[in-house]
Design a protein around this ligand. Structure first.
Ligand SMILES: Nc1ncnc2c1ncn2[C@@H]1O[C@H](COP(=O)(O)OP(=O)(O)OP(=O)(O)O)[C@@H](O)[C@H]1O
Ligand SMILES: [Mg+2]
Length: 185
């Protein structure tokens, strides 16, 4: 999937507690399909803001964003929801797993939202857990100490909806141990 930004700016509106914050100022860039891009910058420089805009979580205050030929910055909420459900995969800074669902159910959740039939859903969730070596933990919950030692399985969650464009096996490193401390993204 090709990513293209044209003069994207973003301002967080003022609230009762803070004044307006201009985070991005006329950012233009293109990331070709299949490229591996790394975004670096000081804490607070706007990395998460930019990723949220590229990932169709948020819309820019100004400028245009395209994923392939779709202008995501022009989509309404429903259009953005469909795009996120069917075309994008995310690994969040903090995993955002549903604590009341087990490993298997967390992985299968996006498919159930997309209306995938139960048989296919089970097959695909089972396959992706096997690919990241977590079949044995399918019934563990995110909060269980044994599952918590494992940080590979959240990477399995986004792998379905972005079929063909993302695979957990494409991750550079999948550790089965939680790092001592988390770094910022
Ligand atoms: N929802 C929000 N409302 C108001 N200001 C925000 C909001 N989210 C982020 N900001 C501000 O926007 C700026 C950029 O934040 P952002 O989270 O994009 O930075 P970052 O580069 O991802 O930082 P980090 O490395 O700490 O994750 C910061 O000054 C932050 O305080
Ligand atoms: Mg961040």
């Amino acid at each position: 999937m090709r990513v293209r930004l044209e003069s994207v700016s973003h301002v967080y509106d003022a609230s009762d507690e803070s004044s307006a914050v201009q985070v991005l100022d006329a950012v233009s860039l293109t990331i070709a399909s299949g490229d591996f891009a790394v975004l670096m910058g000081a804490s607070g420089s706007g990395k998460s803001t930019l990723l949220n805009l590229i990932g169709a979580v948020d819309r820019p205050s100004r400028g245009r964003i395209f994923l392939d030929d779709v202008e995501t910055s022009a989509l309404d909420e429903r259009g953005l929801t469909m795009l996120r459900r069917h075309s994008l995969g995310y690994i969040f800074q903090f995993f955002n797993l549903v604590p009341t669902l087990n490993v298997f159910e967390n992985v299968a959740f996006p498919l159930s939202l997309a209306g995938v039939p139960r048989g296919e859903l089970e097959a695909r969730a089972g396959e992706v857990l096997e690919r990241v070596g977590l079949t044995g933990r399918a019934k563990h919950f995110p909060t269980s100490s044994r599952a918590a030692r494992c940080n590979a399985w959240p990477s399995a969650v986004p792998s379905f909806t972005a079929r063909g464009s993302f695979s957990p096996t494409s991750l550079p490193a999948i550790s089965t141990r939680r790092p001592a401390s988390r770094s910022s993204s």
